[in-house]
Design a protein around this ligand. Sequence first.
Ligand code: NAD
Length: 496
Amino acid sequence: MSQEVKEYQMYIGGQFVESESKEKSQSICPGDQKVLASFPKGNAADVDKAVAAAKETFENSDWGHVRNSVERGKLLREISKSIRERLDELAEIESLDSGKTITETNLIDIHMAADTFEYFADLATQIYGEVLPVPADVLDFTWREPLGVCGAIGAWNFPIMFNAWKIAPALAAGNCAVYKPAELTSLSSLELAKIFDQVGLPAGTVNIVTGPGRSVGQAIAEHQDVAKVSFTGSTEVGRNILKSAGSNLKKTTLELGGKSPNIVFPDADMKRAVNGAMTAIFYNGGECCIAGSRLFLHEDIYDEFLGQLVERTQKIKLGHPSDWEARMGPMVTRDHQKKVLSYIEWGKKNGLKLLCGGNIPKDPELSEGNFIEPTIFAAEDNQLKLCQEEVFGPVLTVQKFKGEEEAIRLANDTIYGLASAVWTQDIKRAFRVAKKIKAGQVWINQYMIVTPFGPHGGYKQSGYGKDLSKYCLEEYTQLKNIYVDLSEDEMLVFYD
Ligand code: NAD
């Protein structure tokens, strides 16, 4: 990205525009605090305009009609192609804006966004109802219909991916959309807006409104003309979304926080499991909803496993988001860095054993960034704050267990239920544990794989509803039932 501060505008009704208030926000690189760009600080008036544009297109054009499904698929495929063509540029913008390493954005995030648009391009013509075998002389069938205007609100940790996860299925199903990216990481969504425009999405089909959660986010969640809100963010804000969405009983999908368990049995392939434990907590600097932030080790392998884990963790190279050698970047903001450090200080003062990390790195080259050393604590009590609350940073707690039942009990002892993993060569044990874990995702001998093909979403206070996969299309459609009378008999009459 060049040194000059880029100026962005929002995308409403097919136009690139300023906010009604003309106010601006800035994007600041978490690696060095340089100002990268400015973009509009939107408000409820901008949401009104965006929703009106989306409604106009939905109600007064062919966009959502089934006869347009091939065309919708083609446009989604064009978006995917354009994202791939701009891979290097988008990866750089995403990294500098969010602090994610260039390795992660260039090798994973941008591809995942493109893959998601491609996947839902293929599904655009595959959304249909069923004929139901009613035991009477009637034909009963269902239509899957679009909802209308779908609102969506994203978190800051996987910005371009969340945009794709919510916009692609909404459009495939024939809806129009209003998307609010997190104010900390809005740039990739504003770049996507340029792609939406270039490929020729009809004006109003997708609208990108940037700005704070309390104004723009809340206005989307409350809006009377928004039929559905898909939210990715914290459990706390998820509760507010639910209240706001009650205004017109809009459909909600809530992808919320996590405190995911990662269980290793003594027969696991240790090298793979150590790799998995590191990916689980240090990928994206631990700023991951599905982070495996609670590691449970069987007592027979506890010492050996921890020895390898700590040794390798101390070698993780921290670096500027643009550094191809870096394996962990900075925290998204100074405030977030402080919040994560405060959890670490709590751990140090409350009897947890610090095994590595626990500080701001001393390397002077990192002094301008919001860095934190990858940190591991040994913990004995699962009720401790550090074992229960989502830290959202590179902080792992490790606990010892004796048997399968204890591991499952500890794993489920949390308000969250987003993800989990089990490492063992015993296939029966793997399935037994997977069955008993209360989480929307279980990896067996793996951690972190996410694809557009599989559903993503939580149990318990990690939310409900699914992103991705064919299942998420249920979240973006409504079912209409049609009865056709085929009987030759007189209709049953109750009245003279
Ligand atoms: P957050 O809840 O603070 O914000 C998420 C989004 O909601 C942002 O766009 C924000 O501007 C908006 N918002 C804030 N207050 C709002 C309000 N009152 N009304 C409407 N919108 C509002 O979360 P965050 O800090 O951006 O992200 C971190 C959290 O997100 C973590 O808890 C993480 O686990 C969770 N997360 C969950 C998933 C998942 O798929 N389950 C994925 C990523 C992140």
